[in-house]
Design a protein around this ligand. Structure first.
Ligand code: NDP
Length: 287
């Protein structure tokens, strides 16, 4: 294998050491409120990872659980309480939500200063202005992994496959803010038969689709940086969206799946929480 592995855990461990020092400088340990509606296997795994990472950093972690049948009003009521509670600095609402609850309404209900997932429209808007307050955690994890290669982003061909609100769209703006040349591909690109030609140009390729083997190994440009966000179950194995064996013979850096973006996402959540705690402190000091 030619490519160097970009392992999220290793980078996450380095960032966590910095976060521990930042927490020591805060007047008290910050508290993250996790809100869960109903049960979901994938959510349970994510919650466990959040709790473990929080505890390892000395962050207080509080889980608020509602029944699957909870109404939108009930959930909004809980979020409003958490918004007002000055002992809580960050709120994460676990997705997906049951069908009776409108996702966007809930995202908009979280206080902009406690929105540690960076999903509130106001916080997304700050990315357009080039002055992000909180970046969505997965997008931020991808950006950290790319930065860890020390590549100069100016003028680089960045190709992003997938245009979701949490990954592709914010990443397109993040790289645009660095003066990279950004191409965003989606289902329309594939259906028009243009995916391969765009991927072949990528000096930095980011794939967040959720389809195993979508990106063929021989499409990868020599020396490209490949970040595979996709998580797919193939038999009893977890794989990404990129054919790893072929891609890793051409790329200079590549993320493994699992072990690439995933482990860093939770660390980014904690970094946003610490930022939230600082922002709220400044706000209190103003009054
Ligand atoms: P979404 O389903 O929201 O988005 C998938 C995107 O892929 C859409 O923009 C869709 O376009 C596009 N797409 C679908 N089919 C094709 C195709 N054939 N060619 C090109 N584009 C296509 O997913 P998410 O962004 O939430 O997640 C993407 C993947 O990343 C999933 O596997 C998910 O599990 C994983 N993930 C991993 C995380 C981590 O921490 N490692 C965190 C979040 C997600 P359109 O909308 O036009 O159909």
């Amino acid at each position: 294998m030619k490519a160097k592995l970009l392992e999220g855990k290793l980078l996450g461990d380095r960032i966590k050491e910095e976060l521990k020092k930042e927490i020591e400088r805060l007047s008290s340990s910050p508290t993250l409120a996790a809100v869960q509606v109903g049960d979901n296997f994938a959510t349970e795994i994510y919650l466990k990872a959040q709790k473990k990472t929080a505890e390892g950093l000395g962050i207080n972690y509080r889980l608020f659980k509602l029944k699957t049948t909870a109404s939108e009003r009930e959930l909004m009521g809980l979020i409003e309480e958490l918004n007002q509670d000055s002992s809580i600095q960050g709120i994460i609402v676990q997705m997906p939500l049951p069908p009776q609850i409108e996702r966007q309404k809930i995202i908009k209900g979280v206080s902009v200063l406690k929105d540690v997932e960076g999903m509130h429209p106001e916080n997304l808007g700050y990315i357009i202005l080039g002055k992000p307050r909180f970046l969505p955690c997965t997008a931020e994890a991808v950006f950290e992994l790319v930065k860890s290669t020390n590549i100069n982003l100016y003028g680089k061909e960045v190709v992003i496959v997938g245009h979701s609100e949490i990954v592709g769209k914010p990443l397109s703006l993040i790289f645009l803010n660095e003066f990279s040349t950004v191409t965003v591909c989606h289902i329309g690109t594939s259906e028009a038969g243009h995916l391969e030609e765009h991927v072949k140009r990528a000096e930095i390729l980011i794939v967040a689709v959720g389809k195993a083997g979508l990106i063929k190994g021989d499409w990868i440009k020599e020396e490209a940086i490949v970040i595979d966000v996709g998580i797919n179950k193939l038999g009893d194995k977890i794989v990404g969206d990129v054919e790893f064996a072929g891609a890793s013979e051409r790329a200079s850096f590549i993320t493994p799946v699992p072990g690439g973006v995933g482990p860093l996402t939770v660390t980014m959540l904690m970094r946003n929480l610490i930022k939230a705690a600082k922002l709220q402190q400044i706000k209190e000091d103003e009054f």
